[in-house]
Design a protein around this ligand. Structure first.
Ligand SMILES: *Cc1c(COP(=O)(O)O)cnc(C)c1O
Length: 220
């Protein structure tokens, strides 16, 4: 077990002061590590892989809020909808429709963040600015069992802070633009940006939720 209790307590108290929610990213880590953070009071955990989440969830306390932060395939939605608290990486209308369909079956409302493409890399998923605008132009009123509560994004993989900061500023601008588009199923309150290497920049630029893995659990 390699969780860093000191780091957790420092990061957690710092984030709490700034009213930023900490999602502890536990992908590839054993359930014992999650239990150790849970014992310190942590309740929000993030996982990237459907199979791994389905294996861990039944073995861990019921009051954990599971965040799905990975790339979600349409055919896997049905497996996570029963247990997920927030889906961060929604990157297509088709995915929203499928989440809505599965949530409706369970008479549940599933909260979602739209992933926005802000990095300069080809490998990152998400809506671009035009796709995002199109989505909010569309009639989403048939999606009665989802709630879009904000945006999520990942900055470029670089050590150049100014590049990262610029990307976060862009995401925050999108957030502010669409935060005014409220409807029964659109109510922004969460901007998920920042990971171990860049969370402090993200917070300076307006993040309300950070996803931190390696600083807490050690390298993967
Ligand atoms: C793995 C992952 C994280 C956490 O990364 P760290 O660098 O370990 O903090 C955050 N967000 C997403 C989407 C991830 O896939």
């Amino acid at each position: 077990m390699a969780i860093d209790i000191n780091a957790y307590q420092k990061i957690q108290s710092n984030l709490a002061e700034q009213q930023v929610c900490l999602v502890a990213v536990s992908k590839t880590k054993p359930k014992e590590d999650i239990e150790a953070l849970y014992a310190l009071g942590q309740r929000d955990f993030g996982e990237n892989y459907v199979q791994e989440l389905l294996e861990k969830q039944p073995q861990l306390p019921d009051d954990i809020r599971w965040h799905f932060i990975g790339h979600l395939q349409t055919n896997k939605v049905k497996y996570i909808v029963p247990i997920v608290h927030l889906i961060h990486g929604v990157d297509s209308y088709k995915l929203l429709v499928e989440i809505n369909k599965q949530a409706q079956k369970l008479e549940k409302i599933v909260e979602c963040l739209l992933q926005v493409y802000i990095a300069s890399e080809e490998t990152k998923f998400g809506f671009d600015a035009i796709e995002l605008a199109d989505l909010f132009q569309a009639d989403l009123s048939a999606l009665t069992h989802i709630k879009i509560v904000g945006l999520m994004g990942m900055a470029s993989f670089t050590t150049d802070e100014s590049v990262i900061r610029k990307e976060f500023v862009t995401l925050k601008k999108h957030y502010e633009l669409f935060a005014s588009k409220t409807a029964f199923n659109i109510q922004f309150h969460t901007l998920s940006m920042g990971m171990s290497s860049d969370y402090w920049i993200a917070i300076e630029e307006g993040s309300t939720m950070v996803r931190i893995g390696s600083l807490l659990f050690g390298k993967r």
